[in-house]
Write a protein that binds this ligand. Structure first.
Ligand SMILES: [Zn+2]
Length: 307
């Protein structure tokens, strides 16, 4: 075997057994190799094992000087690009208002949408950079970053352009997602907004390679299952992957729709019950749970250890 780079001098290498993504309990089956080496060719790990067992040739050796090597962390759900703050929400929650009451009164996501719309692309990049950097400092090497505070197709494109600009300068791999977060506050604008998303925005995002996936928030106070289905059909037509925010407060069928469409992941799941958990467990869709949200909003935790 030939490699371009051989990393030697690894005191302990922690790695998953075998190839490909892991599900369920197999994710915990990690192997520890003492005094290990890693061979890399064309940016891909082609061999791992004990340093003494490497029999191939290599063009360059990198000495890890006795460090341990572990897999890079993947953060699959971030909203790293936005402007404004949620201090008023904290105050309202401390006075007893619920998330949905705050949203209905124009706070929550809607206040972030207003602040993000008022920010320039340079502002969004400057605000996003320290957030991305802090994730990298915590060990993340691949980071998903969503749009979703744009409110108009043009503003969503500006958010995705800001993510693209952050990606160009980042040592981490950023995976951009187009998020269709909440419907317009004015009910009559709802269907025309979704039509513009489906007919103009998704094709433009795909044409310019600005996102790899499309995400939607399915919830009583957000988008409904039929609207998500329309969006997913369009996303699939353009070869984009599918993700969802679902079952955060109510189970209205978002999780089931996502699985039927072969979603990469369904995220949140705080309100998921036994039926949803069983469906998720028998699918290849990833359950992404967000413990920080439960802590931040004071809502129940997702049943991550059920099944
Ligand atoms: Zn989210």
């Amino acid at each position: 075997m030939k490699s371009e780079i051989l990393i030697t001098g690894i005191s302990q290498l922690v790695t998953a057994e075998g190839f490909g993504p892991k599900h369920g309990r197999t994710m915990r089956e990690l192997k520890i190799v003492e005094r290990a080496a890693i061979a890399i060719s064309a940016g891909v790990i082609v061999w791992t094992g004990k340093e003494s067992e490497w029999k191939g040739e290599t063009e360059a050796i990198v000495d890890a000087c006795g460090r341990a090597v572990v897999p890079g962390l993947i953060d699959p759900h971030t909203h790293a690009v936005w402007a404004g703050d949620r201090l008023a929400d904290f105050e309202a929650r401390a006075s007893g208002s619920t998330y949905e009451e705050i949203l209905a009164a124009g706070g929550g996501i809607r206040s972030t949408i207003r602040a993000t719309a008022a920010a320039s692309q340079a502002d969004l990049v400057a605000l996003g950079k320290p957030r991305i950097d802090s994730l990298i400092a915590s060990g993340a090497t691949t980071i998903e970053v969503k749009s979703g505070y744009g409110f108009t197709p043009e503003a969503e494109l500006a958010m995705l352009e800001a993510i693209q600009s952050l990606s160009a300068d980042s040592p981490a791999r950023l995976m951009p997602t187009l998020l269709i977060h909440i419907p317009p506050a004015i009910a009559t604008e709802r269907s025309s907004y979704m039509s513009r998303v489906c007919e103009e925005l998704i094709s433009e995002v795909a044409r310019r390679n600005l996102a790899t996936a499309v995400d939607i928030f399915v919830e009583k106070e957000a988008w409904q299952v039929a609207e998500a289905e329309e969006l997913f059909r369009r996303a699939k037509h353009y070869g984009l992957s599918i993700k969802l925010h679902s079952d955060q407060f109510h189970c209205i069928g978002g999780l089931e729709l996502g699985i039927d469409f072969g979603a990469l992941s369904v995220d949140h799941l705080e309100a998921s019950g036994p039926e949803q958990i069983a469906k998720m467990a028998s699918s290849s869709t990833i359950a992404t749970i967000l413990p920080g949200v439960s802590l931040h909003l004071g809502i129940p935790s997702a049943p991550g250890r059920k099944h």
